[in-house]
Design a protein around this ligand. Structure first.
Ligand SMILES: *Cc1c(COP(=O)(O)O)cnc(C)c1O
Length: 448
């Protein structure tokens, strides 16, 4: 059987919280203002109480509210598919499965958390959210979620993407969101940068600063983040919980799990329910795949760092390339954030998961091969996982092994065709971020 569709009754009704099962506790987030662990009250300026509780909770299973389930039923459960034509084209014997999250309204895994975050704000009387978006996927997801829950949404979109990705903007407008190029004149953080450089193209770290500043300054508005934080990873565990059920139905189990890693949420989402098994003795490996030009886990440092440029967010213990880090313009595959989810960072530091980085020539080569065999145009982000899974299958072949490989196809690439065009036109070069530059941007880590 090459496709495993689940009945609606198998949509998970609880999220799995790995904080309940970690062998070693995680270091707490630190307030940038007091230098002490962030308190519940400090977080209340930005987030509703249920999300703050989830951020800190060590309760193993957390019920998913019925209203969130009701919206998620629009696209969940998502299919698990065996990529048989892709396997054939690669000439491998290992089985390659993928969990396809591109069937959601925004075309990625991100609505899984967007809906939950919007819901908890809504029931606390908050009717307006701000956020940032880089490539546009998170802004799209939150726009959809806010519309479904009858809320307003303002998205600060990194200016370079605002100009390069007009259809992401159109998508957000379709769901009545307000899309503002960042840096903007709406915030101190934005005005400050514009004063220094009116031509600034913006960055994700700066757009976060703008969205946070506005939410912190308005009683009617909260902030929502699309990755990195514990509660985001928690909400994404629906991916892995469904996948486990699907493997049960076909009497198989993955030996290796690959997922692309930007902030870590689709990786955590698919891998963490399997890591629960691993912590109980099961033989399974999870590998986070990142770009060679933004190698946070594989070349960054495990240290406390800021989440944004203006140093407004809590200081988190995570793998980081430094909050000043900017990936090179030549890099086309997304996953540009300087930091990494503290949960994923912790798992990596403890040796429970693995990580690898891939070059963009491989990302596009295998991504296109996947499209041509399986008929799905992958998001360049997702193609990181495709490339790593394909190379694993090829290595298995050389070693005479047959394994079950699983990867997360975190989204489709219909809005990313300009990146593919750059590849077709021979404009993409491989780029390994130089050690020296990383050392330099790590000099500005906070003293905690
Ligand atoms: C945002 C995004 C990612 C990277 O974010 P994570 O939090 O690491 O999952 C990967 N793939 C797609 C399709 C995305 O939209």
């Amino acid at each position: 059987m090459s496709k495993v569709f689940l009945d609606e009754k198998y949509i998970p009704d609880r999220w799995y919280n790995i904080l309940a099962d970690l062998p070693m506790p995680m270091d707490p987030p630190i307030s940038p203002f007091t230098g002490k662990p962030v308190t519940f009250d400090e977080m209340k300026a930005l987030f509703p109480p249920q999300l703050i509780e989830q951020e800190m909770s060590t309760q193993r299973w957390i019920d998913i509210p019925e209203k969130v389930m009701e919206v998620m039923r629009l696209w969940r459960p998502t299919p698990l598919i065996r990529a048989e034509r892709f396997e054939k084209a690669l000439g491998v014997k290992s089985k390659i499965y993928f969990k396809y999250e591109g069937t959601s309204p925004a075309g990625s895994h991100k609505p899984n958390t967007a809906v939950a975050q919007a819901y908890y704000n809504k029931i606390n009387g908050i009717n307006r959210l701000t956020t940032e978006t880089g490539a546009g996927q998170w802004g799209s997801a939150l726009s959809v979620a806010c519309k479904m829950l009858e809320m307003q949404c303002r998205v600060f979109m990194v200016k370079v993407s605002f100009n390069q990705k007009p259809y992401r903007k159109s998508f957000m407008r379709m769901f009545d969101a307000e899309v503002i190029p960042s840096p903007s004149e709406f915030t101190n953080a934005g005005r400050e940068i514009l004063k220094q450089n009116p031509e600034s193209n913006g960055s994700l770290g700066l757009a976060i600063s703008e969205a946070v500043e506005e939410a912190a300054g308005r009683d009617d508005t909260n902030y929502a983040l699309g990755s990195v934080l514990n509660h985001v990873v928690l909400h994404q565990t629906v991916i892995g919980l469904e996948t486990k059920k699907q493997f049960e139905l076909i009497n198989d189990y993955p030996d290796k799990i690959f997922a692309s890693c930007g902030g870590g949420s689709n990786f955590g989402g698919i891998a963490i329910p399997f890591i629960k098994d691993k912590l109980e003795g099961k033989d399974v490996e999870a590998i986070a795949v990142e770009p060679a030009s933004c190698p946070t886990l594989t070349k960054g440092r495990f240290a406390y760092d800021y989440g944004d440029v203006a140093k407004l967010t809590p200081i988190m213990k995570m793998y980081t390339l430094g909050h000043d880090f900017e990936p090179p313009a030549i890099h086309a595959g997304g996953l540009r954030y300087h930091g990494e989810s503290p949960i994923v960072s912790h798992l990596y530091h403890e040796g429970i998961i693995d990580a690898q980085n891939v070059h963009q020539s491989d990302i596009f080569k295998y991504g296109i091969m996947f499209a041509q065999t399986e008929g799905i145009v992958p998001a360049p982000e997702s193609a990181h996982a495709i490339a790593a899974a394909a190379m694993e299958a090829e290595n298995n072949m050389e070693e005479g092994k047959e394994k079950s490989i699983l990867f997360c196809l975190s989204g489709h690439g219909f809005f990313d065709m300009s990146a593919y065009d750059a590849y077709f036109d021979g404009k993409l070069e491989d780029y390994e971020y130089p050690e020296e530059a990383i050392r330099k941007s790590l000099e500005n880590l906070p003293n905690v």
